[in-house]
Design a protein around this ligand. Structure first.
Ligand SMILES: Nc1ncnc2c1ncn2[C@@H]1O[C@H](COP(=O)(O)OP(=O)(O)OP(=O)(O)O)[C@@H](O)[C@H]1O
Ligand SMILES: [Zn+2]
Length: 429
């Protein structure tokens, strides 16, 4: 008899699992038909529906995290009643949104003004080859929906700006900064201070990452630590500095962890702490940060930031990495590719010095060039300088030979001062 009962129970459980799988499949099918409404401007969202208890389906889906004593049923319920705004659906935003959705966050706002490009795919793991050209917010929202259709997902295809930031941020409980430029970091910070929202902020570049939670439980805000923006020329981005995809992946997962801890009620311990990840040496370090500053312009005792300002002006740089500020030489100091080709075709004596870093030269370079990275040029004693002097000597010799050939142009100026057409000192960077 007992054997029959346990057999029936097992069969019942099997059937229940089947029902859940079928329901999920149905939801997925439905979702692929319902196009997620892409928000191109900020609208007012209805409050999140309160859940009194977890459904059987919730219990099954989240069973492995529910049994954690630190989390429990209440933690899961808290998650389902929390909304998170993800600013930027790139290298950090993708893994963050993925884990928030998988864990059962109530509502996730996915904000990005950009479209998916091929060079994004190595790290922006919610987007696929078929989403190239699509709005990142839309592509990320579809991936999130596929993963967990019970999460309310709001894609915003727009740029966070001083005009819309407060209206947007006020509608969410937690904000995650996954952007890649300094003006947006100050903007998000100030909007979070003015709206009283915790800000889970991370960054990643090359083989390093950092994470801090700002404006949380009396801790410092971004401005408490960085009252003044860095000079624009000191800021490097991923397209210039490079990045290994897994590094923002790890930092985005860390952001998800801290968001989930705050949302579930456990709380974050990164409120006055900077977590640093060194991917090269596989090391994490954590340093205690200075506390909230009474003199802080945003969260101090007499704040001067009482409304959002022009952050591009404040930082002296653009709030996107699309338009770079280039420090170009004047036109008469530059050379077009056609002009250079004619120098090569005329076999004129010249030296093409390529001062880019070796990794860029490895991608492509002209066979006639001599590569000495700019950093090595500064070291007068380096082997590179010896090679350079030797090559200059050869060019001088060639030039003096040319000047003795009847009919060839004669030039007494030193090669370095020569800016005419036949003989050139060329630098590329
Ligand atoms: N003010 C902003 N409003 C909305 N999205 C923003 C804002 N600032 C930055 N972003 C978005 O944040 C994301 C940052 O991610 P990431 O640096 O990995 O991507 P990327 O800019 O596409 O990279 P790459 O520099 O290689 O082109 C980008 O998708 C960018 O469009
Ligand atoms: Zn502050």
């Amino acid at each position: 008899m007992a054997e029959e009962v346990s057999c029936l129970k097992a069969r019942l459980m099997e059937k229940e699992k089947e029902i859940v799988a079928l329901k999920n499949k149905l939801a997925l099918e439905k979702n692929s038909w319902i196009d997620l409404q892409l928000q191109e401007k900020v609208t007012t969202l209805p409050p999140l529906k309160r859940k009194a208890a977890l459904s059987n389906e919730d219990i099954m889906r989240y069973s492995r995290q529910l049994i954690l004593p630190e989390f429990g049923v209440q933690g899961q319920l808290n998650l389902s009643q929390t909304s998170v705004l993800v600013v930027g659906c790139g290298g950090l935003g993708c893994p963050l949104a993925q884990y928030l959705a998988a864990a059962g966050i109530g509502r996730v706002g996915l904000l990005d003004y950009d479209e998916v490009e091929l060079s994004n795919l190595h790290r922006q793991v919610l987007h696929g080859e078929d989403s190239q050209g699509q709005a990142k917010a839309q592509s990320a929202a579809h991936a999130v929906r596929r993963l967990n259709s019970t999460v309310e997902c709001i894609p915003y295809h727009l740029q966070l700006s001083p005009e819309n930031a407060l209206q947007l941020i006020q509608q969410y409980d937690i904000v995650a900064d996954c952007s890649d430029n300094v003006p947006t970091r100050y903007l998000v910070n100030d909007a979070c201070v003015l709206s009283g929202k915790p800000l889970v902020s991370a960054s990643a570049l090359r083989m390093e990452g950092q994470l801090t939670v700002y404006n949380y439980r009396g801790g410092p805000c971004y401005r408490c630590l960085y009252p003044k923006p860095p000079p624009p020329e000191m800021v490097t981005n991923c397209s210039d500095g490079g990045i290994l995809g897994v590094v923002p992946g790890i930092m985005g997962c860390f952001q998800a962890l801290e968001v989930l801890k705050i949302a579930s009620g456990q709380g974050s311990s990164c409120g006055q702490q900077l977590l640093m990840f060194d991917a090269q040496n596989a090391k994490f370090r954590s340093i205690r940060l200075r506390s909230k500053q009474a003199t802080c312009d945003a969260c101090g005792e007499n704040p001067t930031v009482t409304h959002l300002v022009n952050y591009e002006k404040f930082c002296g740089s653009a709030a996107t990495d699309k338009c770079r500020r280039l420090n170009l030489l004047s036109k008469d100091q530059r050379l077009t590719v056609q002009e250079y080709k004619s120098i090569v075709d005329n076999t004129a004596a010249h030296l093409l010095l390529d001062v880019r870093p070796l990794v860029e030269v490895d991608i492509c370079h002209l066979p006639t060039s001599l590569n000495i990275p700019l950093s090595s040029l500064e070291d007068r004693k380096s082997e590179h300088i010896r090679v350079l002097k030797e090559r200059i000597g050869r060019v001088k010799e060639q030039m003096s030979n040319e000047s003795q050939v009847p009919g060839k142009m004669t030039d007494n100026r030193s090669p370095s001062s020569y800016t005419g057409h036949n003989t050139q000192w060329l630098f590329s960077s």
